[in-house]
Design a protein around this ligand. Structure first.
Ligand SMILES: Cc1cc2nc3c(=O)[nH]c(=O)nc-3n(C[C@H](O)[C@H](O)[C@H](O)COP(=O)(O)OP(=O)(O)OC[C@H]3O[C@@H](n4cnc5c(N)ncnc54)[C@H](O)[C@@H]3O)c2cc1C
Length: 489
């Protein structure tokens, strides 16, 4: 430890956001200390092991790897020496309730052929148009919004933004994502498929703005990628990089912070003084337990949380060849599923099921001839998945596998673990176990997200999945970049 326990920057939380921010600020020459409550780094990018099986515990979809590359480049290191990944030919395979299926291929000609076979030539044309439109929306409005500090309600009329408005006020903004998709596709299965992108930030496609149609661009056009050693290797490689350049860590510590004339005094197992403080945990528990600012707690607790999830980690003693890396098994009635989650605030009884089979990509994740299934359904934040519900859902998934693949998977599940909102909150500190902070269900929700710099406390900054620009790996990395930009001033 440094003699005087003085740092330029103290970061609370060693998840992806905290580590990315630490790398950026250390690369600028600051002394950086990261304080983490758990025994290890990584937060939601955790992993589970059991007898030769390995599962990524949280994220499974990897997009925009260039944001990771950027961190290695900042430190004059070559990404490939630390982290390897490859691009996938197809993003996911979607299985519908009527037994049909569609793989979203990155190659547009292949996709057109597949869509024509799946639906019709005119629907194929519509989908390709939609993908172009979401690309345009992303490039004109989306990227600007997520790559810059959040415009406040007052400066939303900033010149640079106004120039973009003609696109911004198109009908996407005024309709819900579902209505927008309905206006585009006659085939209800395609409406369901493109509605699903709304759930990528834990929101309700039947409430959120049609503007979020642009999310599909990231997966379909920019592409999906797979780390060669699993998602955990993203955060492991960055952790190694951060240590090499001199970032310091304290694990198993819960800190409180007090604003002082010079910055902040951090009280943990030891005391540290810092000029700048960065919150890289959910901002609500940060205000409640670290800074103890009850006004802010009250203000932010009012916002609706994004969804949570129930995840099963199944050890399968058989290899099911029909399953890809990313598989989606849709419910019969998506609107009812979302109504149950969002309006009734109940766990859904007929959920859509996402299955990720990491071992199709990394054969070391399961013994030979076996598979590691990550099985996830969306649930509301703060609604516990009790034993009865979990048993019911397990049976539902087994039935869906039977319907889509004609296989009775039950005898092949030789081990099960699970994670739900309660576990997610306990392990990572996410308020109510929400996956992505607040929801994006209302029109102004993006503008109401917590900014990356505090208005009330000097030299206090925020990054991570609960603040601007949002949750998910690419946005979390952008939040660290925005915080970094304040240190140029
Ligand atoms: C089941 C699941 C599936 C997901 N799927 C995807 C996906 O496919 N693709 C995608 O891009 N994203 C996905 N996400 C979202 C993604 O994981 C998160 O947005 C991202 O990892 C958040 O990183 P973070 O650093 O902001 O927060 P976290 O990873 O939550 O890290 C916060 C860290 O702070 C620590 N901490 C909390 N409180 C304190 C405290 N008081 N003091 C010190 N330390 C503290 C925690 O222990 C943790 O280590 C998923 C998340 C989950 C849970």
């Amino acid at each position: 430890m440094r003699d005087n326990a003085q740092y330029d920057v103290v970061i609370i939380g060693a998840g992806l956001a905290g580590i990315a921010c630490a790398i950026r600020l250390r690369a600028k020459g600051n002394s950086v200390l990261v304080i983490e409550k758990n025994k290890k780094h990584g937060g939601k990018l955790d992993e589970v092991h059991w007898k030769g099986y390995r599962w990524d515990k949280g994220p499974s979809l990897f997009t925009e790897p260039e944001l990771i590359e950027e961190l290695f480049a900042l430190c004059n290191k070559s990404t490939g020496d630390y982290f390897e990944y490859e691009e996938l030919n197809a993003s996911a395979t979607y299985h519908f309730h009527d037994g049909s299926k569609l793989t979203l291929n990155k190659n547009k000609n292949q996709l057109k052929q597949d869509l024509t076979k799946f639906s019709s030539a005119s629907e194929a044309h519509q989908v390709l148009d939609y993908i172009e439109e979401s690309k345009e929306m992303y490039e004109t409005v989306g990227d600007f919004f997520i790559s810059n500090p959040k415009p406040g309600l007052r400066n939303v009329f900033d010149k640079q933004l106004v120039k973009r408005y003609p696109k911004f006020v198109k009908k996407q903004l005024r309709s819900t994502l579902h209505n927008f998709n309905t206006s585009k596709f006659g085939d209800q299965r395609l409406v369901q498929l493109f509605n699903r992108f709304g759930t990528y930030n834990g929101s309700n496609p039947y409430q959120m703005s049609g503007l979020y149609a642009m999310i599909s661009h990231l997966e379909i056009s920019k592409g999906t990628f797979a780390p060669k050693k699993g998602m955990r290797s993203i955060v492991d490689s960055l952790y190694i990089l951060s240590k090499e350049i001199g970032v310091e860590y304290r694990f198993s510590e819960n800190a409180t912070a007090k604003e002082t004339k010079e910055g902040y005094l951090i009280k943990s197992t030891e005391h540290y003084a810092t000029k700048a403080l960065i919150c890289a945990i959910d901002h609500i528990p940060f205000y409640e337990h670290v800074l103890q600012d009850s006004q802010c707690v009250k203000q932010y607790k009012r916002q609706e949380r994004s969804s949570s999830g129930l995840v099963f980690y199944w050890a399968i003693n058989k290899a099911i060849s029909d399953l890809e890396l990313h598989n989606m098994l849709f419910s019969k009635d998506y609107e009812t599923e979302n109504d149950t989650i969002w309006r009734e605030k109940q766990n859904p009884l007929d959920p859509s099921v996402y299955i990720n089979v990491g071992s199709t990509q990394n054969n070391q994740d399961a013994p030979d001839g076996c598979q590691n299934w990550f099985v996830m359904i969306n649930t509301p934040a703060n609604v516990v998945c009790d034993t009865k519900y979990r048993a019911r859902m397990k049976q539902k998934v087994i039935d869906k596998i039977q319907l889509s693949f004609g296989i009775d998977i039950e005898p092949h599940i030789i081990h099960e673990d699970y994670w739900d909102c309660q576990g997610i909150e306990m392990d990572t500190g996410s308020y109510k176990g929400a996956l992505y902070g607040s929801s994006s269900n209302s029109l102004g929700s993006a503008l109401k997200r917590h900014p990356n710099r505090s208005k009330n406390h000097k030299r206090l900054y925020f990054c991570g999945g609960s603040v601007h620009p949002g949750g998910g790996i690419p946005l979390v990395l952008r939040s660290a970049k925005i915080v970094d930009s304040y240190f140029n001033e």
